[in-house]
Design a protein around this ligand. Structure first.
Ligand code: ZN
Length: 274
């Protein structure tokens, strides 16, 4: 009898572990395990998700560009950028002349992004960073994106406030909402709740619209009149991990070096590791 109970307990634990890994992508276990999982999945991630470049361009890149049409060289931050789907879709639009800083917890995912974006060298930076707050000062970016990821961040309220902090007044937020069909019932928030969360963080014009079965697309705007960042890149906006000064980094293929305290920030496989 006891062995039957033991087998049932083990089977139950395996079921919960499988569900945590494949449905919730490790959200309840912590960022180190999440990073490990994404590293493991990175090479086949786009294939497994059946990513459609055409859909990304039609549903994300082009609507975003319409909203920032007046900004000549937009500075875009993509949080939880994964394999670089959104920057790739943006760079494929001829009218997009901006730069993208793509941040993710997984080195493996960023290495895939580097391969995908390499032909746009000089217009993007990739950075591995695992915790909030991100090393940028308030109101740095014209656009902040966090697509197909907000639901997998444990502290949603803190995450939304961090996205708002990084955005310039008048800037645009592009994010998403995992739907009730996503199979992630424990972390799904209703469109009304997400709208309230965004408004509480200071956003206005919140638009939650259908995107695909398991995600809604969400746009919002930070109040104010936008004075664009003006063609800056990572070396101009990164906060030094040693002296705390912003910008003034000298950049080469393998490092960024702080012009204030000479601290070197390394770059490996095209990814800056802060
Ligand atoms: Zn420094």
């Amino acid at each position: 009898m006891e062995w039957i109970i033991g087998v049932l307990i083990v089977a139950g634990l395996l079921f919960l572990l499988d569900r945590e890994i494949y449905r919730y992508e490790g959200i309840h276990i912590g960022s180190r395990l999440q990073a490990f999982l994404y590293d493991h999945w990175s090479k086949n991630y786009d294939q497994a998700k059946q990513v459609s470049q055409q859909e990304d361009e039609a549903m994300l890149a082009r609507p975003l560009l319409e909203k920032i049409a007046g900004i000549p060289v937009p500075l875009v931050l993509d949080v939880a950028a994964g394999t670089g789907r959104l920057p790739f879709a943006l760079f494929n639009q001829s009218e997009f002349m901006g730069r993208v800083i793509a941040v993710d917890i997984s080195m493996g995912m960023l290495e895939q992004a580097h391969k995908k974006l390499i032909s746009h060298h000089g217009r993007f930076s990739l950075m591995q960073y695992r915790t909030f707050p991100l090393p940028f000062q308030d109101e740095t970016f014209d656009v902040v994106c966090c697509v197909e990821a907000l639901e997998l961040i444990g502290e949603k309220q803190a995450a939304v406030k961090e996205l708002a902090r990084l955005l310039r007044p008048g800037g645009i937020l592009l994010t998403s909402r995992g739907t009730e069909d996503s199979g992630r019932g424990m972390v799904v928030v209703s469109a009304e709740m997400l709208t309230a969360l965004l408004q509480d963080a200071g956003f206005e014009d919140v638009q939650v619209t259908p995107w695909w079965r398991v995600f809604n697309r969400v746009f919002a705007r930070k109040p104010g009149t936008l004075i664009p960042a003006g063609g800056k890149s990572l070396k101009d906006v990164l906060r030094c991990p040693r002296c705390g000064q912003v910008g003034g980094f000298a950049e080469n293929e393998s490092t960024l070096q702080c012009g204030h305290c000479n601290r070197q920030v390394k770059r490996q496989s095209g990814v800056v590791v802060v």
